[in-house]
Design a binder for this molecule. Structure first.
Ligand code: FES
Length: 404
């Protein structure tokens, strides 16, 4: 009997006997397109992704190679490192990265790995005049060049200019920073397509990031993205919070770029709980932005919420098939942040985020627990989940290859 045929009683007996529970069944030919044909059908005829796509180390590795090491990945706002020497260090899909602002005021990104014997150089965040490796004190300038390498004087043919930090491509759009590990990829503007122009009226360049909160979650990155891009779950998961806000659900927006998105028409900021009042609206809004909220997903894993008075983002750093880091950032117009009552009114927005985001976190971790079962089989989509289907097929296009 294979694991997929074990009945629940058998699993319970196995656990009672102190044995390891059965593992989910993952086929050896996991990248055979035939496994994914049901996902390729149109939305209301399609099946959901096989559960192994959310738990398999091999599938995750292929996602890292074919997606995250090739695309523009969002890594926060430039105002997190406002002054020369400011830096932040973090891991992104297993690559230690350091972002910093150099002496000329330019933001740079480097692989945060010493060119001597590979030690991670910087950790956390702060300000520095140079990057000094904590192992043998090789020291790099803010331009990445190796400045000092004590004890290397007798090493034959050693030339410091050959051992600069490895640069990572970095670009920005209105204060949002993106990195790309692939030197041959298209540029950020081409990647984003018409997104910057479409949302220009939010005047992001004049916004200030006022809050940044991190969560470590025990779920696959796709679980969280899928949840963020469908409102089917809102009455159930957010029944006591967001569901009390009234809204019209619209079809997905048409996108010309590596993004997709939702739009809902409603009255009142979506960053507040029902009944709360907040800050004045962004004065430059036009068109549909004056009547509702946009929720674009920049593929693969960056979600923005653009509402009347502010924007917030969900930034995902995958950390393996069953783990991820979520970073939630919140930005308001500079004129709002300069108000005397800013901190007092901001507390209402924080209350909304601190209630609704843990609701999404909890349901995502619960879904991951279910997906890891040896008995989980593909399900079907509702008409209320069109973007889950779009996202899953976007991933398959890159991990398995284009649909035939
Ligand atoms: Fe960095 Fe030796 S590993 S100085």
């Amino acid at each position: 009997m294979n694991q997929a045929q074990l009945r629940p009683e058998a699993v319970a007996a196995t656990r009672q006997a102190g044995l390891s529970p059965p593992l989910p069944q993952i086929p050896a030919d996991i990248f055979d397109p035939a496994h994914y044909a049901p996902v390729r059908r149109s939305l209301l005829e399609a099946e959901t992704l096989p559960a192994w796509c959310y738990i398999s180390e091999a599938f995750y590795r292929r996602e890292v190679e074919q997606i995250f090491l090739k695309v523009w990945n969002f890594v926060g706002r430039a105002d997190r490192i406002p002054s020369p020497g400011d830096y932040v260090a973090f891991d992104f899909v297993g690559v230690p990265v350091v972002l910093l602002r150099d002496k000329q005021g330019e933001v740079r990104a480097f692989v945060n790995t010493c060119r001597h014997r590979g030690t991670q150089i910087m950790s956390g965040e702060g300000n520095c005049a140079a990057l000094r490796c904590p192992y043998h004190s090789w020291t790099y300038g803010l331009d990445g060049r190796l400045r000092g390498a004590p004890g290397m004087e007798d090493t034959v043919g050693f030339d410091k200019s050959d051992y600069a930090l490895q640069p990572i491509r970095i670009d920005s759009w209105d204060g949002f920073l993106f990195i790309n590990f692939d030197p041959d990829s298209i540029g950020l503007r081409e990647y984003l397509g018409d997104l910057p122009e479409r949302f220009a009226c939010y005047n992001f360049a004049d916004m200030v990031c006022v809050r940044r909160k991190e969560y470590d979650l025990a779920c696959n990155w796709k679980v969280y993205v899928e949840n963020a891009m469908e409102s089917y779950h809102v009455p159930t998961v957010h029944g006591l919070t967001l569901q009390k806000q009234k809204r019209d659900i619209n079809p997905p927006i048409a996108a010309n770029g590596e993004y997709c998105g939702l739009y809902t028409r409603h009255i009142g900021s979506r960053a507040l709980l029902a009944g709360d009042t907040g800050f004045p609206y962004i004065p430059t809004l036009t068109g549909e932005a004056t009547e509702g909220t946009f929720y674009p997903l920049i593929f693969p894993s960056t979600m923005f919420a653009l509402t009347y008075d502010c924007m917030w983002w969900l930034e995902i750093h995958p950390r393996g098939p069953s783990h991820m880091k979520l970073i939630v950032g919140s930005c308001f117009p500079r004129s709002t942040v300069e108000r005397g009552d800013f901190d007092e009114v901001l507390a209402k927005y924080v209350r909304r985020w601190d209630q609704s985001i843990p609701e999404d976190n909890d349901i995502s971790e619960r879904q991951q627990l279910g997906l890891a079962s040896p008995f989980t089989a593909p399900g079907r989509f509702s008409a209320l989940e069109p973007l889950v289907h779009v996202i899953d097929n976007w991933v398959l296009d890159r991990v398995i290859g284009p649909a035939r």
